[in-house]
Design a protein around this ligand. Structure first.
Ligand code: ACO
Length: 303
């Protein structure tokens, strides 16, 4: 569909494969198996979930109802609070922090946090600068009350730079530029990206978030078992590691297999690391996200 090559894509992004949802799947459908696996691993049943947070920029329906409500019905979770979070590729970090604060405040005991995305529906397949970057996927976690005083998720850093709102966005179809049949060109409804601007932003905020989180927790980089960055581009991660003076091998990457799955990329990576037995109890894992908004955020998890 576009003038590109495997060689260009791999050398400029680190991506070899992208997984594409089937036509009959929506974001909630990808979320179901991810959520079930997370609940099984956490040893909680649908009855135990007090709040469902779905981080997604590609919801089942545009705006309403929330994908979280659709997921609540599909999982048979009785009457939990349910809402979507829109923070694009930082969505899972925003979701984890929202869940952590609900649990820490005593407002919920078990919060289901899901990142689920089907970017293949919103990319412009005729734009080689963005279409080669994204894949579909979902990942999930349950944030729960542990024993008194035991905190495995440290307070996060969340940030935003709305001045860059239109550097990665779907310009039309909302209330600012409504879709007008016959007038709005179809491609105006799709994702548009200023790749260079996003690249520069991403490298800067990754370095800033990692350093701020280390300082906030009185740690140095060598105290971390892994950094799990949002999987957007291996070159972004390599540049951030170099700028921070950090060992790039400690940044976990699986973009080669999945491409950029937006809010799903961090939980997908954490699950893969867990399945591979890479994480031992007590390991410190720093997760850092960045994306449309522009948004960014980071959180420190003790495994
Ligand atoms: N295949 C072949 N050539 C391409 C492709 C492609 N897929 N895409 C761009 N090119 C061309 C350009 O047209 C340009 O050609 P020209 O010099 O003749 O004009 C040349 O390659 C270089 O283009 P650059 O934009 O300089 O390429 P760059 O090396 O910067 O890579 C990329 C582009 C991969 C998009 C990079 O800028 C990037 O990764 N940016 C961040 C994007 C990102 O991560 N977005 C998601 C953020 S998360 C979220 O919230 C969704």
């Amino acid at each position: 569909m576009v003038d590109t090559s495997d060689e260009w894509i791999f050398s400029h992004t680190g991506i070899r494969y992208r997984h594409i949802a089937s036509e009959d799947q929506a974001a909630s459908d990808l979320a179901v198996p991810a959520a079930k696996k997370a609940m099984a691993k956490a040893g909680v049943s649908p009855d135990d979930i007090d709040l469902i947070l779905v981080a997604t920029s590609t919801p089942d329906y545009p705006g309403l109802p929330s994908t979280a409500c659709v997921l609540q019905e599909k999982l048979g979770i009785p009457s939990a609070g349910a809402m979507d979070l829109v923070a694009a590729c930082s969505g899972f970090i925003y979701g984890l922090e929202t869940a952590r604060t609900y649990v820490a405040a005593g407002a919920a005991r078990n919060v289901l946090v899901v990142g689920s995305e089907i970017y293949s529906r919103i990319v412009n397949w005729e734009d080689r600068g963005s279409s080669v970057l994204f894949g579909d996927g979902a990942g999930a976690a349950v944030v729960s009350v542990l024993s008194e005083g035991e905190n495995r998720i440290s307070p996060a850093i969340l940030g935003s730079r709305g001045s860059g709102a239109e550097s990665l966005c779907r310009l039309y179809g909302g209330t600012r530029h409504p879709y007008i049949p016959g007038v709005t060109p179809p491609e105006a409804l799709l994702l548009q990206m200023d790749g260079k601007k996003v690249y520069t932003f991403a490298v800067a905020v990754i370095v800033q978030v990692i350093q701020d989180l280390l300082d906030q927790n009185g740690l140095t980089f060598s105290d971390l078992a892994y950094v799990v960055p949002h999987q957007a581009n291996t070159r972004i991660i390599a540049a951030a590691a170099k700028r921070g003076g950090w060992d790039a091998d400690r940044f976990y990457m699986n973009i080669e297999e999945y491409a950029n799955t937006s809010a799903a990329s961090i939980p997908l990576a954490l699950d893969e690391m867990n399945e591979k037995g890479l994480l031992a109890p007590g390991d410190r894992v720093l997760c850092v996200g960045f994306g449309s908004g522009l948004t960014y955020g980071g959180t420190l998890i003790t495994w």
